[in-house]
Design a protein around this ligand. Structure first.
Ligand code: SIN
Ligand code: FE2
Length: 211
């Protein structure tokens, strides 16, 4: 009998960027209650961008700092602007899974201080951008996808560089660092779908060393 949860090996998306299909599926049932607990303390919300528009994904997070955006710009903040309190602590288990996941593709010194949570419903997405508000770019970005599928757009150093389209499913792990750490990326508008545990929702966690 093949093991249903046996993940495929890493697929190289670009230099120092990897997809590990299904790697996290076996951990999703322990992660989902941890996430629900975080979202009770730091509810999902939409964020405004400096130009005045609103992001379509809903955002929250945990850890020492979380990325926030408003009319004044983008930054990492120790305080949740919605509640006025510190962000929920990153559960040890999530930290451990992020460290383990980075190591699977060879990033061995990773210790995230931020877990950004992005939630997408059908019809929402995220425009091409670079993750460049972190202090030190030597650490990778570690991304966990749960729930309904989405098409991840992964480009290059310039916004106009060609973009590859990679479908991310429940349980997929993506890690990018090194030469592709500052590559443009985004999420195409999600199609209608339903997931057995999460309904019509995609949750993406990105772990970062921000400080
Ligand atoms: C992000 O770029 O911060 C989120 C990417 C994703 O939702 O997969
Ligand atoms: Fe990003």
């Amino acid at each position: 009998m093949p093991d249903l949860f046996e993940a495929e090996g890493p697929i190289e998306l670009a230099e120092d960027a990897y997809l590990v299909p299904g790697y996290l599926a076996r951990y999703s049932s322990e992660m989902i209650p941890l996430l629900r607990n975080i979202l009770r303390m730091a509810p999902l919300r939409r964020m405004q961008v400096p130009g005045g528009g609103w992001m379509t994904s809903q955002i929250s997070g945990c850890g020492q700092v979380v990325w926030v955006s408003d009319l004044d710009g983008y930054r990492y903040s120790t305080i949740d602007p919605l509640t006025g309190r510190a962000w929920p602590e990153m559960p040890d288990r999530l930290h451990q899974l992020a460290v383990q996941s980075a190591a699977v593709v060879g990033f061995t010194d990773f210790s995230p201080d931020c877990c950004l949570i992005n939630c997408y419903r059908p019809g929402t997405g995220m425009g091409l951008h670079r993750d460049k508000d972190e202090r030190d770019f030597s650490a990778p970005i570690v991304s966990f996808s749960l729930g309904i599928p989405a098409v991840f757009l992964f480009g290059g150093h310039r916004r106009r560089d060609p973009v590859s389209r990679v479908t991310l499913e429940h349980g997929d792990l993506v890690v990018w660092g090194g030469k592709s750490r500052l590559y443009y990326h985004g999420i195409a508008k999600l199609a209608n779908a339903t997931h057995s545990e999460l309904g019509a929702l995609r949750i993406n966690l990105t772990f970062r060393e921000a400080l």
